[in-house]
Design a protein around this ligand. Structure first.
Ligand code: GUN
Length: 280
């Protein structure tokens, strides 16, 4: 069994990324917009900020109260978008239910949309052809990078993704289709999930339901990427029951130490590229 160690892969990427950041003529500047008091979001944002600063990226977190209005947020995004000293804008998700993030993201320039979430970046991630997105979702990139680290031919592999979000399931499915994979996307309405997970050569799960994926739901010799993260009995765990599944699979990413740290590395690469594009 191969353990897909995201921390090691990220550290390898940082060696080069650190040099690229140091050679820029302007320090890259990321602004993270954090709304409300979601405990998990606060931790994610802190982790991103800590790593960004360590690498030589400025990272300012704008914290707004839970009752901020759509208009107030849209104004803030417009101001950040027009500020040439801001290279990347990230609106931490999830937002409180009264806010529509798709409308917000549409006001972010392609170059500053380091989450790859606006309709042009996400659309270009999915559609085939010569138009390339300026940025791709860091989580989807992390999944692709991890798969490529295994040096396997992805053509004709059946991939089941248990996540239909704009950050994970949609961009990842588009990237995998372009590699010639057969892709099944499952969501919370999917009946009989096991019949979809059991046929997967590659299984990606990101629901946040602790240990949703047990041994009986995984095909022998599969590759399993765990994108979920949650607490179970005070322990950080993923969607996959790692101990139960590990002896049945070809490769598996653990939680913690799997997709999470690699996602941060991909985000910071996006910020470096954003700064490079905007400073010529
Ligand atoms: N919430 C959890 N992961 C992410 C991410 O990669 N980007 C944003 N914006 N929100 C998130």
């Amino acid at each position: 069994m191969i353990e897909l160690n995201g921390t090691t892969l990220a550290e390898e990427l940082y060696v080069n990324l650190r040099k690229r950041i140091a050679s820029l003529n302007k320090t890259p500047n990321l602004v993270v917009v954090l709304v409300g008091e979601d405990a998990a979001s606060k931790i994610y944002v802190k982790n991103k900020q800590k790593k960004a600063i360590e690498l030589g990226i400025n990272c300012e977190v704008k914290t707004l109260p839970n009752n901020v209005t759509q208009k107030e947020l849209q104004n803030l995004i417009k101001i950040l978008n027009n500020n040439s000293n801001v290279h990347g804008i990230l609106v931490q998700l999830p937002l409180p239910p009264h806010l529509d993030y798709t409308l917000l993201i549409e006001n972010i320039a392609l170059e500053k949309d380091v989450d790859g979430l606006n309709s042009i970046n996400l659309g270009r991630t999915i559609i085939k052809g010569s138009l390339k997105p300026t940025h791709i979702s860091a989580t989807a990139k992390a999944c692709m990078y991890m798969l490529k680290s295994l040096d396997i031919d992805l053509t004709s592999k059946h991939v089941t993704i248990v996540n239909d979000s704009n950050l994970v399931g949609l961009p990842l499915s588009g990237m995998l289709l372009k590699e010639g994979c057969t892709v099944t996307i499952c969501n919370k309405h999917t009946h009989n999930l096991i019949q979809h997970t059991n046929v997967a050569d590659i299984l990606v799960s990101g629901t946040g339901v602790a240990h949703l994926i047990g041994k009986q739901m995984v095909k022998e010799g599969a590759i399993v990427l765990d994108v979920g993260i949650t607490k179970l009995n005070n322990k950080t765990v993923g969607d996959v029951d790692y101990e139960e599944v590990k002896n049945k699979v070809y490769a598996i990413s653990p939680v913690p130490g799997g997709i999470g740290p690699l996602t941060i590395a991909m985000l910071l690469e996006n910020v470096e590229e954003a700064a490079k594009i905007q400073n010529g």
